[in-house]
Design a protein around this ligand. Structure first.
Ligand code: SAH
Ligand code: SF4
Ligand code: F3S
Length: 471
């Protein structure tokens, strides 16, 4: 059996892409292995959103130089966003790489590997830079391989990502995604539904619909327009699916019809990821986020009015070009006021090929970026803890996902073990349970909490003594 090693960095899109590439290769008899040294084929599915994931990939590639010298038969491929962004530069920096394949060409991976193994030489397959000509090709590529699945690549067989959009047209000035993932295209709802039905038939209970701006979803077919709210209604009818989530939302497209759909459809998680990025209008303007902080607050108030129990999470970039201490304090204020369930905080990383890199100097010193990052993180952690504590004593319903990190680390193999799951508002719950509970919706009594986790125990319904009374 040919052996495959794959390393994935980046967002949910990449996790899904890796799952699909693995599924396609398994069909050809490949087996997954845990380390590059055991593998005949080594793939890196890459991310370019910040310098850090790129550096990580280049240093992992550097470590393979000798492996390739020792065994020239090994096929090494660089896939995904950095392949699309750096193209030939990857061959220059790592001349022993065989394949460079962009996110829109991943359906070709099995054939490209086979050709490389036969000595076909280096191959570069990427999209033309956002050109109309590549739009069709990229969409077809995704359609051809999205229905392939590989349960082992997912956190559990009960949960799956489903792509509903590809690309992005928003062009936030700091962001490389529109360049590497191409123009925004919504997928045909009929294809999405058939994929969800297939997943449900295979035992999947939770689907997470993914797109860079998932709430901008819009599919026009003649007279008929399908928006995300319509799609949620359609997916809600699929038997076997218990939970529906969707990420990531663009604040400006958070329309009432969507919030009302989430409110009215019990299978929809009460959880919305709506990145604000900054609390300062001057910064938001330079980022070209297309909203003001007042508009973000108005959107947030509408979310809370329609979905009072929903958890809202956000992303922030600190130290963006020209960000002053006052700008940062406005972000701090926004976090303090909105009390997000969680915030992902990033230090600005200049990306060659973006408008911000072209127009504005990256002028916030690294030490200030770090300090602002830590300050905001400390505030967010404090909020996480304060808002988790009231759950103690409450009963929640969770979808059990699998063994907790602790039981995985301890290699627990018995039926009774520590399990983890999530509430409808996406809070992580850890409890002692039985392996057969994985994939089930369960009532859990919360007994303790910290900033990141709720701890609970299975609710065993009180059985009245009359059941045991003998007549
Ligand atoms: N499409 C999503 C997220 C895309 S990337 C959205 O619009 O929200 C995920 C996160 O990475 C972004 O929300 C942003 O906070 C961060 N990010 C993107 N480009 C970055 C850069 N150049 N430097 C630092 N963080 C960045
Ligand atoms: Fe990047 Fe902005 Fe598109 Fe998100 S919406 S992917 S941050 S350009
Ligand atoms: Fe990274 Fe590409 Fe996702 S750049 S964040 S893997 S779309």
């Amino acid at each position: 059996m040919p052996k495959l090693y794959i390393e994935t960095v980046g967002c949910q899109m990449n996790m899904l892409d890796s799952e699909l590439v693995v599924a396609a290769l398994r069909k050809q008899g490949y087996e997954l292995v845990d380390s590059p040294s055991q593998a005949d084929t080594i793939l890196f599915n890459t991310c370019s959103v910040r310098a850090h994931p790129e550096d990580k990939t280049y240093s992992a590639l550097g470590r393979l130089k000798h492996a390739k010298e020792r065994n020239p038969q090994k096929v090494i491929g660089v896939l995904g966003c950095m392949a699309q962004k750096d193209q030939e530069l990857i061959f220059k920096r790592a001349p022993f790489v065989d394949l460079i394949v962009g996110p829109g060409q991943l359906h070709q991976v099995p054939d490209l590997i086979a050709a490389a193994r036969k000595g076909g030489g280096q191959r570069l397959e990427v999209s033309l830079d956002r050109r109309e000509a590549s739009r069709q090709e990229v969409a077809q590529s995704f359609e051809s391989y999205d229905p392939l699945r590989d349960e082992e690549m997912r956190p559990s067989r009960y949960q799956a990502f489903v792509r509903i959009m590809i690309g992005c047209d928003k062009f936030c000035t700091y962001c490389i995604v529109p360049k590497v993932r191409g123009p925004e295209q919504s997928r045909n709802p009929a294809h999405i539904l058939s994929e969800v039905r297939k997943l449900a038939d295979e035992g999947c209970r939770e689907v997470t619909l993914i797109g860079q701006t998932v709430n901008s979803f819009k599919y026009v077919d003649g007279e008929r327009t399908t928006r995300l709210s319509d799609l949620l209604h359609q997916i809600h009818d699929v038997a076997g699916i218990d939970r529906i989530k969707f990420v990531t939302n663009f604040p400006k497209d958070m329309t009432d019809d969507l919030l009302v759909a989430v409110r009215d459809l019990p299978k929809c998680s009460r959880y919305l990821h709506v990145p604000a990025q900054s609390g300062s209008n001057a910064v938001l303007k330079r980022m070209k986020r297309l909203y003001t902080v007042e508009e973000y607050r108005e959107m947030y108030a509408r979310v809370k009015a329609i979905l009072p129990d929903a958890a809202v999470t956000s992303d922030f970039i600190v130290g963006f070009c020209g960000e002053t201490e006052e700008d940062f304090l406005l972000t701090y204020e926004l976090v303090r006021e909105c009390r997000f369930k969680n915030s992902f905080i990033f230090k600005y990383s200049a990306r060659p090929g973006t408008k911000a890199d072209e127009l504005f100097p990256d002028d916030v010193p690294e030490a200030d970026k770090r300090r602002r990052n830590n300050t905001l993180l400390a505030l967010q952690n404090q909020i996480c803890e304060e808002d988790n504590l009231p759950f103690i004593g409450r009963r929640v319903e969770i979808l059990v996902e699998g063994p907790s990190k602790t039981s995985v680390k301890q290699g627990e193999s018995g039926d009774i073990l520590q399990l983890t799951g999530r509430t409808t508002c996406d809070r992580i719950v850890v409890f002692d349970g039985n392996r057969r509970q994985i994939g089930q919706l369960m009532p859990i009594q919360i007994v303790d909490a910290n900033a990141f986790t709720l701890f609970g125990s299975v609710v065993t319904e009180h059985v009245g003594p009359e059941v045991y009374q003998l007549a």
